[in-house]
Design a protein around this ligand. Structure first.
Ligand code: PBG
Ligand code: ZN
Length: 331
């Protein structure tokens, strides 16, 4: 008999030796929603286990994050006041600037990444300045400079522009360099699709567009060649990390980027992907923990070096305990 491949699967020890992909806690970035105000800890209905916090309620969450060995968080702000341009996003006392300052002061070892966009700050929910019912690229770039400078002054470790404006990375890199922030890297949301999987996030961040959709700036789900062009543009403009978003319906794109570029690749395991697993798990239709770990593993296997995920804490707990897989029945 020829030797088959089942030999490599005989015991957990052998399987471990043949395992090609390994998840680590340091792969994860954990998203946090920070709401302006006091005494707020509100669970997001479609994202069980994920909360909006005011800064005075955030310590327990951050203590847990640090204790679990999670190295990095990405912040989304929900301001009290919204306006047409989203000017709270560059207010030096705005909610995200306060949050950056607070977290860096009290949890100095935690890497703080700021999402850079306007949809949570504008009264119309679009990702920039409107002109003739569409987001104006030039005007939005001007405001992006202001937002990123405010975040840099507050002490942010990394910035992540998510609005899919052309030349955003170029302008942000220039603004940071001009002001002595050469050391702050940019993680571009290089390849971000106009996706229905963002639904729960828009409830979480109060950022649903009041009219229309984001198809004039986010990518068409059908496009693969264009992903390479978007990623190349971010490389040329000075992005330190490339991102694909969402993750699960775009695993091919993650692999394309991994094969074509030598920068770290991040993938955003988005709110809808989280909500689906949670919902099926709650109903007892799937083994939630195993599906979660298989999902995260698939994103890494596809080529992601970094995974932004609402599952970060739960997955970290499992990786920490590293339980041996349950024994299957005989024959
Ligand atoms: C906004 C932004 C979105 C997400 C991150 N930043 C949503 C959107 O474009 O509407 C989605 C994250 C998620 O769904 O988990 N620029
Ligand atoms: Zn946005």
């Amino acid at each position: 008999m020829e030797k088959g491949l089942r030999e490599n699967r005989k015991t957990e020890e052998i399987r471990a030796q043949f395992r090609e992909t390994h998840l680590q806690v340091s792969d994860f970035i954990y998203p946090l929603f920070i709401e302006e105000g006091n005494n707020i800890k509100k669970e997001i209905a479609s994202m069980p286990g994920i909360f909006r916090y005011s800064l005075d309620q955030i310590n327990d969450e951050l203590n847990e994050v640090v204790a679990l060995g999670i190295k990095s968080v990405i912040l989304f702000g929900i301001p009290l006041h919204k306006d047409a341009e989203g000017s709270e996003s560059w207010n030096e006392n705005g909610i995200i600037q306060q949050a950056i300052h607070y977290i860096k002061k009290n949890y100095p070892t935690l890497q703080v990444i700021a999402d850079v966009c306007f949809c949570e700050y504008t009264n119309h929910g679009h990702c920039g300045v409107l002109c003739n019912h569409d987001v104006d690229n030039e005007l939005t770039l001007k405001n992006l400079r202001k937002q990123v400078l405010a975040q840099a002054k507050a002490g942010v470790d990394m910035v992540a522009p998510s609005g899919m404006m052309d030349f955003a990375v170029l302008e942000i890199r220039d603004e940071l360099n001009k002001n002595g922030f050469q050391h702050i890297p940019i993680m571009g949301y290089s390849v971000k699709y106009a996706s229905a999987y963002y639904g729960p996030f828009r409830d979480a961040a109060d950022s649903t567009p009041s009219f229309g959709d984001r198809r004039t700036y986010q990518m068409d789900s059908a496009n693969r060649n264009e992903a390479i062009k978007e990623a190349q543009a971010d490389v040329d403009e000075g992005s330190a990390i490339l991102m694909v978003k969402p993750a699960l319906s775009y695993l091919d794109i993650i692999r394309d980027l991994k094969n074509n570029f030598d920068l770290p690749i991040a993938a955003y395991n988005v709110s809808g992907e989280y909500a689906m697993i949670k919902a099926a798990g709650k109903n007892g239709w799937i083994d939630e923990q195993r599906v979660m770990m298989e999902t995260l593993l698939s994103i890494k296997r596809a080529g992601a070096d970094i995974i932004i995920t609402y599952f970060a804490k739960e997955a970290a707990k499992i990786l920490k305990a590293s339980p041996t897989p349950p024994k299957e029945g005989l024959c």
